[in-house]
Design a protein around this ligand. Structure first.
Ligand SMILES: [Zn+2]
Length: 278
């Protein structure tokens, strides 16, 4: 089955992973900007990273027939450094109109600190100013519920935010309803250590239905499985869910969400028709 992984960090994966993803049916993916495994020291470190996301990775993906899209920001882990964060936010407009950029992300909270909230709000302002979509990282484990609540409060208290253009990621059983009820899109990250498993994601689909829900693999520096979306497809088949329902979650929903972005130009594998932005 053709699928789209809406959240995977390919800079941290080897080229063989692209080949494996292509064999598994991955036709497109989106890569949010994130932590490099260490704190970067300068705005130029981020400038080079954004070149990697907008110039290098699309070519690496294209060798295997995968279309690569990305999101730009300074992540929550590095947002404690507010002055560096402000320099990065001021530099992002250099890249915002590159052809594979979908918006601002993954912004969010890590330890739910005041500095993280300040930098989150300044990213939000940038997204509004440039009419960009937003992709959000919610904290893990014991910080998730409170952090998700703080993020939803910041988003919903600003009337300029179009909730249909915001994807809140890493939702779990205790946060998914809050995100969907407020009118946002929600992503479930399938992960061997923290976050959700394929079977828990299938449970959540059985509880809440497929509207505005997606699944992703994260595929980052830590122990993670870049083929977690195919694992979810197998779990849904094992439970005898129809192919049309599975396809909606792993292909049509990401397509529908991404299509609201000016940077989204997608050529489906089985049609000559190109899906353009609005
Ligand atoms: Zn991520």
């Amino acid at each position: 089955m053709d699928y789209i992984d809406p959240h995977i960090h390919m800079v941290s994966r080897i080229t063989d992973d692209y080949e494996t993803l292509a064999r598994m049916g991955c036709v497109a993916l989106s890569e949010p900007a994130f932590w490099a495994g260490f704190d970067r020291g300068t705005v130029d470190g981020f400038r080079d990273y954004f070149r990697q996301l907008t110039e290098v990775e699309p070519k690496r993906a294209a060798q295997y027939g995968i279309q690569h899209f990305c999101w730009l920001c300074i992540n929550a882990k590095e947002a404690e450094n507010v002055s560096l964060s402000r320099e990065v936010i001021a530099m992002i407009p250099e890249f915002i109109h590159k052809p594979n950029v979908l918006g601002i992300g993954e912004i969010g909270l890590n330890k739910n600190t005041r500095n993280e909230a300040i930098v989150f709000l300044e990213h939000m302002e940038l997204a509004i100013q440039y009419e960009q979509q937003i992709l959000i990282h919610t904290p893990h484990l014991e910080d998730k519920f409170q952090g998700t609540r703080m993020i939803l409060d910041m988003l919903t208290s600003d009337r300029r935010i179009d909730r249909n253009r915001v994807l809140v990621d890493h939702v779990e059983e205790h946060t998914v309803r809050h995100v969907l009820d407020e009118g946002f899109w929600a992503g479930m990250t399938l992960y061997p250590v923290t976050k959700c498993t394929p079977s828990r994601a299938a449970d959540i689909i059985e509880m809440y239905g497929p509207e505005r829900l997606m699944v992703n693999s994260a595929g980052d520096w830590g122990p993670s499985k870049p083929t977690a979306v195919p694992d979810f497809i197998m779990e849904m088949r094992r439970r005898k869910h129809p192919e049309s329902l599975i396809r909606k979650i792993v292909y049509e929903n990401p397509l529908q969400y991404f299509s609201q972005s000016q940077g989204f130009r997608f050529t489906p594998r089985d049609a000559s028709e190109t899906v353009d932005a609005r």
